[in-house]
Design a protein around this ligand. Structure first.
Ligand code: PLP
Length: 360
């Protein structure tokens, strides 16, 4: 190991700990991105991604880039300039979705919720009925607040008004129940570095038939050449046409991370994340600390804690890092300095980590 890279217990809002076998996969020989051996690895990665998303969608690929690239890919493929998007905004990442869509020329209407709470489906429906958007977008686990947004009620609304549903599953895929096909999610993206055991660098994405139809009826080209899903599908599909040089080593890592997900099983993973989050919550309450996310709306992957009066948030985090090698996160945007954010994602969600953190 390089002497300037210390060992950390990554219990922040991402990245999460990367298991040894994934690190080993990363250091495997680099193959050409059209090598027959690599094509087999690509196919296996796609199959494992479909299992993780619980979908049969043909268009299921890892986008080269971090979670935000997945966000941008969903937005620019779904919407043309002037199209309408309704976004549920209950935190920093809902705001980012809205901003990306505005930059892509979409007409964006935000349905806001107080930070720490979910977006109310009834309020969202009123707006969707009025605006009649081409798409609705929400964040499943809002990492800035630790809130879990239930998806099925939002999917019902989107479909009743014939809008496509985009779901941000960056902090949920592989750690929280998410059923793309059963729930009728049209587009969903995630990040390799949260509950999927891999380093940051890839954004798994899946899109269904309604997006394919939308792509077929577009009047304008997708604004981003790099993130054009039709072009990317030619490389990931049967024709294997060169688009850009795939990040080969990261795909090895993602495949290995997804194998771990498959071996454990999704339902067992959801239960583990839930169990360890509850253990942490009990421990925090016992220490006299209060959670930020509204009770009943709390996510099992990101736990948010209010900083008590008189406690310096930055100092607390720095001491955890330097004295115990534990990384946790601080607040974003309006919660800066007021929140601590603890990620229990993927390999990070363990009883041992929870107890070590509480001791620290
Ligand atoms: N969406 C959510 C909910 C996130 O938590 C993050 C990152 O933390 C992103 C999107 C953006 O992902 P990235 O930082 O990998 O680009």
């Amino acid at each position: 190991m390089n002497s300037d890279i210390p060992e950390r217990m990554l219990l922040g809002p991402g990245p999460s700990p990367v298991p040894q076998r994934v690190l080993q996969a990363l250091s495997s020989p680099v193959l050409g991105h059209l090598d027959p051996a690599f094509l087999i690895i690509m196919d296996e990665t796609r199959d494992l991604l479909r299992q993780a998303f619980m979908t049969t969608n043909e268009m299921t690929i890892p986008i080269s880039g971090t979670g935000s690239a997945g966000m941008e890919a969903c937005v620019v493929n779904t919407l043309e300039p002037g199209d309408r998007l309704v976004v549920g905004v209950a935190g920093y990442f809902g705001e980012r979705l809205a901003e990306i869509a505005r930059r892509a020329g979409a007409d964006v209407t935000e349905v806001s919720a107080e930070w720490g709470r979910v977006v109310d489906p009834e309020r969202l429906e009123v707006v969707v009925r009025r605006v009649r958007p081409q798409a609705v977008a929400v964040v499943h686990v809002e990492t800035s607040t630790g809130v879990l947004q239930p998806i099925p009620p939002i999917a019902d609304i989107a479909h009743r008004y014939e809008a496509l549903l985009i779901v941000d599953a960056v902090s949920s895929l592989g750690g929280v129940e998410l059923r793309v096909d059963d729930w009728g999610v049209d587009l969903c993206y995630s990040g390799s570095q949260k509950c999927l055991n891999a380093p940051p660098g890839l954004a798994p994405l899946t899109a269904g038939k309604r997006l394919r139809d939308r792509l077929g009826s577009r009047k304008t080209k997708v604004q981003s050449w790099y993130l054009d899903l039709s072009l990317l599908s030619t490389y990931w599909g049967a024709t294997r046409l060169y688009h850009h040089t795939a990040p080969v080593s990261m795909i090895y890592a993602l495949r290995e991370g997804l194998r771990i997900v498959q071996e454990e099983g999704l339902e067992r993973r959801w239960e583990r994340h839930q169990r360890n989050a509850e253990l942490l919550r009990e421990g925090l309450e016992a220490l006299g600390l209060h959670q930020f996310a509204q009770e009943g709306d709390r996510a099992p992957t990101v736990i948010t804690v209010r900083v008590p009066d008189g406690v310096d948030e930055l100092d607390t985090r720095q001491r955890l890092l330097t004295e115990f090698g534990i990384e946790i996160g601080g607040g974003l945007g309006p919660t800066k300095g007021r929140l601590l954010r603890i990620g229990l994602m993927g390999a990070g969600s363990s009883e041992r980590n929870v107890l070590t953190l509480l001791a620290g």
